[in-house]
Design a protein around this ligand. Structure first.
Ligand code: TEU
Ligand code: CA
Length: 530
């Protein structure tokens, strides 16, 4: 099918934390191969693999040392080929993470072809996303290089034809191997304003997010590489609104198929500071999602997600990870899956995995978290205060190992896991997945509904009860089908006029009795009629 990715459900694997096959405590490619039956059982179509390239792991693989080698902890290129073959045998597809805004400073290019990077005699005031200046002095060269992320992630200079061609050749190499597309890391940051102006309070984003030549680069990439393959592309685009989003994803732009918006991920934080909490209402969250739904109604296509390896667990963040964990996990899934776009599931989401709270900072592994902690301690803030921020938003919330069983180490490893397992694995794991009321079974049902009902792809999106502070309700409609989705984001019981149609799916075993529609805490109900 043309545009097969519109019908697909994607499952993101963070390989380090998925399944360890050899007891070294680190997830690996053979581990993924062992679990393909599990993914088939869930019913997903596409696997997105976070980076598996050779890397010194300053940022868990988002610092690539060699684009054509597999990280030794994860296995070999033979293991990769075996994985790809097995994925295809199951009728699934596999997309890779493409990290080309920067490489590792241990990449051979950084030593032998330093002109592929961005150098200045004097730094400007831009700050790195991981804290401190975005510029690092290099003694030998007597100049500073730009790193928007860690200092071990120098930014490539996309102004140079040679850089672009080297990246395109690398992409072709993987596509010729038969992979089915790319998720493109911070792809909207490739083009920097060549004047390199200072930004307000060190915020340089105005000069490199959706920068001057970005659309030119992506059209060129599409022309030279992407359009020659039957693949899917998803660009990661922080701080991007729907107007710009359409420029990336409209078919006539000939750039990307989808982007990841961040707007809904920013609703609970102060602008530009993920660590600073902000109270928000459901009205706001819904407005953001509606904005993207309606902007892409005619052209372009949305990605739909609550979770990934950079975000806290959605059940802890937007639901209730105690009393109503099961209900709220299913409710969030319902709310997401019936919107217009391609849903992305992050490993463990289908089990309702939750955030983690380690007591000591030494248990944490994420460079962003560690840098934040040490920077804040230096400024005299208390351990407890900073830990509260890390509990809320730290990226390791999403990176604890997948909880397979109630046995030792959650069945993730026979060795010592690289990062501590969430102690709730005894009750939250895949063993209960065959239970009809499990979160896993609910995801299975949602996934199969996406294949059955054309309205999910073609239908318009419309909100109702727009001002409701607790219930998120919307409809999807074509000329022949009509879907109504009710999601209670609160612990209050609410009642509404009964909609027409059959109950298609709901997250309580039986709908409440009565003439009116009653929604219990975190209840989700979907009605369908033709
Ligand atoms: O993340 C991009 C990004 O913008 C991050 O700064 C994100 O906002 C942050 O993690 C939120 O706290 C991508 C990858 O997804 C991330 O894992 C990498 O660390 C980063 O790029 C650098 O490659
Ligand atoms: Ca291993």
């Amino acid at each position: 099918m043309k545009e097969w990715w519109k019908n697909a459900v994607v499952y993101q694997i963070y390989p380090r934390s998925f399944k360890d096959s050899n007891g070294d405590g680190i997830g690996d490619l053979q581990g993924i191969i062992q679990k393909l039956d599990y993914l088939e059982e869930l019913g997903i179509d596409v696997i997105w693999l976070s980076p598996v390239y050779d890397s010194p792991n300053d940022d868990n693989g988002y610092d690539v040392r060699h684009y054509h080698k597999i990280m030794k902890e994860f296995g070999t290129m033979d293991d990769f080929d075996e994985l790809l073959e097995n994925v295809h045998k199951k009728g699934m597809r596999l997309i890779m993470d493409l990290v080309v805004n920067h490489t590792s400073d241990e990449h051979d290019w950084f030593r032998s072809r330093p002109d592929m990077y961005i150098w200045r005699d004097k730094p400007n005031n831009w700050r790195s996303f991981f804290g401190g200046s975005a510029w690092q002095y290099d003694e030998a060269r007597g100049q500073y290089y730009l790193h928007l992320f860690s200092k071990k992630q120098p930014d490539l200079n996309w102004e140079k034809e040679g850089v672009r061609q080297a990246i395109y050749a690398m992409m072709r190499w993987w596509l010729d191997k038969g992979i089915d597309g790319f998720r493109m890391d911070v792809i909207n940051m490739l083009s920097k304003d060549q004047r390199f102006p200072d930004g307000p309070a060190g915020d340089g984003t105005a000069y490199f997010i959706n920068g001057p030549k970005i659309h030119h680069y992506l059209k060129e990439m599409n022309d030279e590489v992407l359009c020659h393959y039957d693949i899917v592309t998803v660009g990661e685009t922080p701080q991007t609104g729907p107007e710009e989003g359409l420029r990336y994803t409209s078919p006539e732009s000939r750039e990307l198929n989808m982007i990841f918006t961040f707007e809904h991920m920013g609703v609970d934080q102060e602008l530009g500071n993920k660590w600073q909490p902000r109270t928000y209402s459901l009205v706001e969250l819904r407005k953001i999602l509606e904005k993207w739904q309606s902007a892409f109604q005619e052209k372009g296509w949305n990605s739909l997600y609550w979770n990934n390896h950079d975000q806290p667990r959605s059940v802890s963040r937007f639901g209730d990870d105690h009393v109503y964990r099961v209900e709220s996990a299913k409710m969030l899934a319902t709310c997401l899956f019936f919107m217009r776009g391609t849903p992305f599931i992050y490993q463990g989401e289908e089990l309702g995995m939750t955030n983690i709270q380690y007591e000591g900072i030494e248990k944490y592994k994420d460079i962003e978290t560690l840098n934040h902690y040490h920077e804040q301690r230096k400024q005299g803030r208390s351990h407890e205060k900073i830990m509260q921020e890390i509990y809320r938003r730290g990226r390791d919330n999403a990176r604890t190992p997948m909880q397979w069983t109630s046995g030792p180490n959650a069945g993730f490893t026979t060795g010592v896991p690289w990062i501590d397992i969430n102690s709730n694995y005894r009750s939250i794991n895949t063993e209960s997945r065959h239970h009809p009321q499990s979160i896993f079974a609910y995801y299975q049902a949602l996934i199969s509904l996406r294949k059955k009902l054309p309205v999910l792809i073609a239908g318009d999106f419309m909100l109702f009860h727009k001002e409701d502070e607790e219930v998120f309700a919307y409809e999807r409609k074509t000329e022949t089908e009509h879907l109504i989705v009710y999601c209670n984001f609160s612990t209050n019981t609410r009642s509404f006029e009964q909609p027409d149609g059959e109950v298609l799916i709901g997250n309580y075993s039986k709908p409440a009795r009565g003439k009116r529609l009653t929604l219990r805490p975190y209840e989700a109900l979907v009605f369908y009629r033709q």
